[in-house]
Every structure is written in C-alpha cells, then in structure tokens.
Write a protein that binds this ligand. Structure first.
Ligand SMILES: [Zn+2]
Length: 237
C-alpha cells in the first residue's frame, strides 16, 4: 500500500487541492469518520500513519482513508485521485476523512475542529459539493462512526457559520493577494486562516527579548494588536 504520509497546514492543504489532479472523474462525496483509536493523546503523526498503514495492510486492503485530521495538521494518507477503503458501499468516488479522536461524547474542538471544517469546506468549494454529498460512515456500515456526538445538524450549522479567508500566498504566488486581518469581533463570522511560519518566530523574538515597551498612547493600540496576533498564532499551534 502506497501512502503519502505528509502533513499539511490548512493553508498548505488549500494550495494542494487547488493544484491537485483528482483524475478523470472528480470525487463526488465526502465520508466523515473518527479514528476512535488512536485518540488525540495517542496520535503521534508520522509514526501513527505508518502504524495505520500496517494495520490496513494486515486486513489485505489496497488503500485506506485519504485524510487524517489532527491537532498538528492535515495528514495525507491514500491519494485522493483513487478510491480509498474506509466505508464499504461509499468507497467509490468518495474522499474518506478521518478526524483523529473519540467523538462518542464530545464534538470536535481546538485546531482539530478548525482543520476539519477548513478541509471539508475547501473540498466542498473546490469539488462543488453540497450538504447532500456529505456522508457519515454509519450510513454504509453498522457502526457509530464518526461518533455519536457528531450529527449532521451540528456539522451543517457549523459549516454555514464559517467562511474561508483568502489563502495566504506562497512565496511563488503574485504578492497582490491581501493577507487577511487576524482581528475579528465576537459577533462576526469566524474566519479560518493560517498564519505563515515566520510570524511565529517574529512574535517569539519580540516577546523573548521584551522589545515591546509602552511609552506613548499609540503603543497601547499596537500592544493590543500584538496581543491579538500572539493569541492567533498560539491558537494554531
Ligand atoms: Zn469510520
């Protein structure tokens, strides 16, 4: 079984699918799962991906699900241009999305939630899928997957309430695309954006070396912006 075993940030994933060759017939549905085991605390990225590969190979499967979505990013498992093996009658023409964790009693949260909704939404936009093209594993097999806490009502309500911010340009892209503002008010829609890696270093540098001093009124406003940005970065770690 060939797996990609690569981790992407949400922003990288959005670039990835934009350039991706989904084959002559694009996938026409998404199937949502939870991993149950491994859960969030036993997930360890590349190592877990290789363990899953061995597990599926042991069952004699030629492929597995396509994506594993975790706190640390969106992991590419089986290539999306080929059918995966994850949901019996729903395997054909679908993308199998595993959300890492046990969602029997709780819904997705944290960066896993942001990554999951970001990936689902961007695939829906790119492949022109509607709500009726989103399936749960339990619709094809006797299982509670993707977990009893996850309902279609909740999923669609959350999907409705988010919109994707513009992709952060890659260095090779034209620099004319505006970088979205990280500041939003509580009554505004949540916008999922990714921050470039260099900002983490910059913010850490300013914080570590205590470069921020408040000397005049204008500095207070900058301090608030800095704090908001600091929080934004931490939230994506
Ligand atoms: Zn499942």
């Amino acid at each position: 079984m060939d797996i990609i075993n690569k981790r992407l940030s949400l922003n990288e994933f959005r670039h990835y699918i934009k350039d991706y060759d989904f084959g002559p017939v694009s996938p026409n549905k998404l199937v949502i799962h939870h991993t149950y085991k491994p859960n969030q605390s036993t997930w360890s990225g590349e190592r877990t991906m290789l363990g899953l590969k061995r597990h599926y190979e042991g069952k004699g499967w030629p492929a597995g699900p396509h994506l594993f979505i975790a706190e640390d990013g969106i992991w590419l498992f089986s290539p999306m241009q080929k059918d995966g093996v994850h949901a019996r009658s729903l395997n054909r023409g679908s993308i199998g999305i595993e959300v890492v964790g046990d969602y029997t009693n709780q819904v997705w949260s944290g960066t896993t939630k942001a990554n999951a909704f970001g990936a689902i939404k961007s695939l829906m936009v790119h492949l022109r899928l509607s709500d009726s093209d989103i399936y749960f594993h339990k619709e094809s097999s006797p299982t509670s997957c993707p977990g009893n806490a996850i309902t279609k009502e909740w999923l669609f309500a959350e999907l409705d309430s988010i919109r994707l911010g513009p992709r952060i340009p890659r260095p090779t892209d034209t620099p004319s695309i505006p970088v979205p503002s990280p500041a939003y008010l509580d009554d505004e829609e949540m916008v999922l954006i990714e921050v470039p890696d260099w900002t983490r270093e910059a913010v850490d540098f300013v914080a570590t070396h205590k470069l921020f001093k408040i000397k005049e009124a204008e500095d207070v406003r900058d301090a608030v912006k800095f704090y908001r940005f600091y929080k934004l970065i931490r939230q994506y770690e």
